[in-house]
Design a protein around this ligand. Structure first.
Ligand code: SF4
Ligand code: SF4
Length: 381
């Protein structure tokens, strides 16, 4: 923001960037008290909102990119302030002055150049689908586009999740295919980091790819892609039916098309990913799937559903260094072990990645396993 811009004009401009609720906030501080950063290195989101209301006088910038956009504050705000939009808009405005943190610039550069934030080559995006034998989407043959996120293309751990989901979909008789290298990152994190321009070009490019391929229904492996296609792509003219993988698995089991039969003999707890749960209210589908798996004893953690603890990977934090002792995922594994779980199950490649990293810091790495829901279902087939 130019130094000469009057502060009230800055506050008005923020509203144009999307911080529509700025004036609703009456500074009660419920948000700051609800933020998972309060467990480690507090983030005073109330103060940031106040600064935004005043036009960011004296803004120093260090805390804005700490927010994981988890919405723990938002679901508790007594005024219903869309705090995540407020954070996103402030980042977008500040980002235009070039103040986006250095570590995020590399991920953004990769998205702009190669269509993914992992510094992987665009032409390698579909290598895993080819070796897994997943066909290209053909509207005459396939009901669904399988959108598996960028992560399985460039990250081995995430690839195991996508392979498991494909196995489950095949066992359930789902006719699905994937787009070619013309598919790009959905742009969810890009937008939350504050790069609206790149988000718009990703959205337009994916919208054109969906349209050209004749896509009408999408299965999203990641809640971040799910959220974006479902709630944000209408702006690009996309009218597709979007399902998260957990919803499809629940339906296949309910309709008797998928018959989990091998016993798992494990005590499992469910971590609600922020973008599946708090942002999109999908709490029951994954629990229904777990309850249908033979040999699974389900235990709920103290913090669950709307109160679930963020893994720490959203809002661009996946690409930022978070010191040991400040990682929410380090707090979550003991919460899972405290209820006697031998498996922490979830439904998001970001969460799996964060928890696997935290598992390496445990005294005994084998004290708990981290699994995506699709991996557990695939094991029972
Ligand atoms: S909880 Fe809502 S009203 Fe209270 S300070 Fe935070 S944003 Fe403002
Ligand atoms: S969205 Fe999450 S991380 Fe961001 S301020 Fe709210 S509670 Fe804290």
């Amino acid at each position: 923001m130019p130094a000469a811009t009057p502060f009230l004009e800055v506050a008005d401009a923020l509203k144009e960037y999307g911080a529509h609720d700025l004036d609703l906030c009456y500074q009660c501080s419920t948000c700051t008290g609800s933020c998972p950063w309060s467990f480690v290195e507090p983030l005073n989101i109330r103060r940031l909102i106040r600064l935004a209301q005043l036009g960011l006088p004296g803004y120093e910038g260090e805390d804005l990119w700490k927010c994981t956009t988890c919405a723990s504050c938002q679901v508790r705000c007594p005024r219903g302030v869309a705090i995540v939009d407020l954070v996103r808009s402030t980042r977008a405005m500040i980002g235009e002055t070039g103040l986006i943190p250095q570590s995020l610039r590399s991920a953004l550069g990769s998205v702009k150049g190669e269509g993914n934030p992992w510094n992987g080559k665009r032409e390698e995006r579909n290598a895993w689908t080819e070796s897994a034998g997943i066909p290209r989407f053909d509207p005459k043959k396939h009901e669904y586009l399988l959108s598996a996120c960028c992560m399985p293309s460039y990250d081995k751990r995430s690839r195991r999740i996508a392979d498991a989901l494909w196995k489950v979909l095949q066992a359930g008789g789902v006719r699905a295919g994937v787009l070619g290298p013309e598919e790009s990152c959905c742009g969810e994190a890009v937008r939350k980091i504050g790069d609206e321009g790149t988000f718009t070009s990703l959205g337009k490019s994916n919208a054109a790819a969906f349209e050209k391929a004749g896509v009408r229904k999408v299965i999203a492996l990641s809640p971040h892609c799910y959220h974006t296609f479902k709630n944000e792509y209408a702006a690009f003219g996309v009218k597709v039916e979007v399902h998260h993988a957990s919803e499809i698995m629940q339906r296949l089991i309910f309709e008797g098309k998928l018959k989990p039969h091998k016993k798992l003999d494990r005590t499992v707890t469910w971590h609600d990913p922020c973008y599946l749960g708090r942002h999109n209210d999908i709490f029951d589908a994954p629990r229904a799937v777990l309850s249908a798996l033979p040999g699974v004893t389900f235990r709920e953690m103290f913090r669950h559903k709307k109160q679930s603890l963020c893994c720490g990977g959203g809002g661009g934090r996946m690409w930022m260094e978070t010191k040991r002792g400040e990682r929410f995922s380090d707090l979550r594994l003991p919460e899972a072990m405290a209820v006697g779980a031998s498996v922490l199950a979830t439904g998001c490649p970001y969460c799996v990645n964060m928890f696997e990293d935290s598992r390496l810091g445990l005294e005994r790495e084998d004290a708990i396993q981290v699994r995506d829901l699709a991996e557990l279902v695939a094991e029972t087939l």
